[in-house]
Design a protein around this ligand. Structure first.
Ligand code: TMP
Length: 214
């Protein structure tokens, strides 16, 4: 495909959306066509799926149902938005993609949904396609969760279903992201999300410039 697909991953409150906004502005200034999007909820149908997934009681869906819904959201996102944009040569920056499903629904729940099951769903919904680059923002979950709860204070709709899971869930998924990165070093870069917004942005620009000659 003609465009570049960059995904941002990490636990709660790691600053992904801020870094996507800054990279979006940087690429725009360079004259690139850029699309910033997110999962779940990058499409109209996805917005409905997002509400089911991130609002309400933490036990209303089990890990399998969640995994299925995330892949439905992803399929619609790919077909309606990501693939058409990449075909036109647009850069696509996505706030989360499939690594989140492996980290949250497999590692988070301590393997209740196996990697093999998720790999099957990936094959059905996504096929052989994958991001050109994945930036994983790594942070102690206690710091990230505190940031998330502080941000939710100002929101009318509280999207705290995953935040309300126990700390161990968040520690597991953090480990998951690090294992995913170690298994795919050519695609994934792990950055310390404790660094300042400006320093992280500089690091990300350097990585993107080196990788794609932006
Ligand atoms: P966000 O808060 O980064 O917008 O993501 C929404 C929530 O959905 C967040 O708590 C992480 C969770 N999530 C999963 O559990 N699995 C997934 O596949 C994705 C994309 C997100």
């Amino acid at each position: 495909m003609a465009g570049n697909f960059i995904t941002f991953e990490g636990g709660e409150g790691t600053g992904k959306s801020t870094q996507i906004r800054l990279l979006y502005q940087y690429l725009k200034q360079k004259g690139k066509d850029v699309l910033a999007t997110k999962e779940p909820g990058g499409t109209e149908i996805g917005a409905e799926i997002r509400r089911m997934l991130v609002c309400g009681d933490k036990d209303k869906l089990d890990a399998v149902a969640e995994a299925l819904l995330y892949f439905v959201d992803r399929r619609v996102h790919l077909v309606q938005k990501i693939w058409p944009a990449l075909d036109k040569g647009t850069w696509v920056l996505s706030d989360r993609f499939a690594d989140s499903t492996f980290a949250y629904q497999c590692y988070g729940y301590d393997g209740r949904v196996s990697k093999e099951m998720l790999a099957c769903l990936y094959q059905i919904a996504v096929g052989d396609f994958e991001p050109d680059l994945t930036i994983i923002l790594d942070l102690d979950p206690e710091i990230g969760l505190a940031r998330s709860y502080a941000k939710a204070e100002n929101m009318s709709v509280k999207e705290l279903r995953f935040e309300s899971r126990e700390l161990e869930f968040h520690q597991n998924l953090r480990r998951g992201f690090l294992e995913i990165a170690a298994a795919a070093p050519q695609r994934c870069v792990v950055l310390d999300a404790n660094k300042s917004v400006e320093v992280l942005h500089r690091d990300i620009v350097k990585i993107v410039d080196e990788r794609f000659g932006a």
